[in-house]
Design a protein around this ligand. Structure first.
Ligand SMILES: [Zn+2]
Length: 115
């Protein structure tokens, strides 16, 4: 078989790669390296604080990529989705409140006969 880390051909029964020292699948350790974090997940997480819509889009794509590749960073992606969703929800809510307040004001002015 071949080492999943360095790609050298190693003995099929080898537990640790003699070339790079990384554990093989024979060692019973998970083959996917935990250290590799999906970049888009971090980008989406950071963006969710500033540009909610872009953060949400990046986080959703990152979660899809993580599911397919088994990369790390699903926590980041999930946090990005939650934070941007709350942020978008609050923006919409504030917009509705402001909109109805302005509507009430206009309605009140019209009813009072000032305009
Ligand atoms: Zn190796």
């Amino acid at each position: 078989m071949f080492c999943s880390n360095c790609g050298h051909e190693i003995d099929d029964r080898a537990v640790i790669c003699p070339h790079c020292g990384v554990a093989t699948k024979n060692s019973g350790m998970p083959v996917t390296p935990e250290s590799k974090t999906n970049t888009l997940a971090i980008v989406g997480f950071v963006l969710s604080f500033f540009v909610s819509v872009a953060g949400l889009a990046c986080s959703i794509i990152a979660r899809k990529q993580i599911r397919e590749t088994g990369e790390g960073g699903s926590g980041f992606a999930l946090a990005g989705i939650i934070i941007s969703s709350i942020s978008i929800g609050l923006t919409v809510l504030i917009g509705i409140i402001y909109g109805s307040l302005i509507g009430l004001m206009i309605g009140g002015i019209a009813q009072s006969g000032v305009v």
